[in-house]
Design a protein around this ligand. Structure first.
Ligand SMILES: C[S@@+](CC[C@H](N)C(=O)[O-])C[C@H]1O[C@@H](n2cnc3c(N)ncnc32)[C@H](O)[C@@H]1O
Length: 254
């Protein structure tokens, strides 16, 4: 059965893009383009969302397939790629269970989509699918949050600012706030997002699984991957205690 995700910015990809645009962002797109040049095409991007990374890669003339679970995100991806005039194969599927009968030189998964895997079984199913779709010496590159202990111990009754972005339907500024509740046993952080749009507020919940750095390295190792590099930022600085992200460059162990 398809996973149900009732969060405004994923129910309508235009909200996702507008929110992303409002944030001061690190440049992961240049990083991924450079990695595509190193590994070569074809490229598969898992959890591609609205094509934020897929479309700039395709604009370089690189053959890329984008796969995502949600047609609400893919609708926006398709609209934008058509508008840009680039050819991309868009696939609606679950990245823990897919078979494209094709192999790739590089598989990407940007945007901390890894944190959407709520249990080990999903991660292992995903890694099996990745292996099935990689050419020998092909690369898997993805990012995940570096757990921020200050965020995880937050008082769940307190509300914190999340973002401010323009309503794509012209309703003015949308103000997003959040409450978080972290479960230390399951390592799942429940994020309640409240979107204030003109005179109404919509509240949705998103669950994100926290992966501690040594845990993540071990999961990859025991599922037959070796880590070629681990960065803490998209400028390729090495991963350290205070890094915001864990950026992993890996390949199947030969
Ligand atoms: C934070 S967004 C990142 C989108 C895009 N990678 C980016 O960086 O802009 C997470 C994406 O993961 C997708 N996703 C989550 N679980 C998935 C799954 N099991 N299979 C495929 N896509 C999934 C969601 O639909 C969503 O588009």
């Amino acid at each position: 059965m398809k996973k149900k995700i009732d969060v405004l910015e994923y129910l309508d990809g235009r909200h996702y893009d507008s929110k992303v645009k409002s944030r001061k962002r690190y440049d992961d797109i240049t990083f991924y383009i450079n990695k595509v040049i190193d590994y070569g095409e074809p490229v598969l991007e898992l959890a591609c969302g609205t094509g934020r990374v897929t479309i700039p890669i395709a604009k370089k003339g690189i053959s890329i397939t984008g796969l995502d679970l949600l047609n609400t995100m893919l609708t926006e991806a398709k609209r934008k790629s058509k508008e840009t005039g680039v050819e991309i194969e868009w696939i609606e599927a679950d990245m823990t269970n897919f078979n494209l009968n094709k192999k790739f030189n590089l598989i990407l998964m940007p945007g901390c989509a890894f944190n959407w895997f709520l249990d080990l079984k999903s991660v292992e199913k995903y890694l099996i699918c990745v292996k099935r779709h990689l050419n020998p010496n092909g690369g898997l590159i993805f990012d995940a949050f570096n757990p921020d202990l200050n965020l995880l111990v937050r008082d769940p009754s307190k509300t914190y600012p999340n973002a401010k972005y323009q309503d794509p339907d012209g309703g003015g500024l949308i103000i997003v706030s959040e409450n978080t509740k972290y479960d230390k046993a399951t390592q799942i952080n429940k994020v309640r997002l409240s979107y204030s749009i003109s005179d109404k507020t919509i509240t949705n919940e998103l669950k994100l699984r926290i992966f501690f750095p040594q845990e993540l390295d071990a999961i990859l190792k025991y599922n037959g991957f070796e880590i070629n590099a681990k960065y803490g930022d998209f400028d390729q600085t090495p991963f350290i205690s205070d890094s915001r992200r864990q950026i992993l460059v890996c390949q199947v162990k030969q």
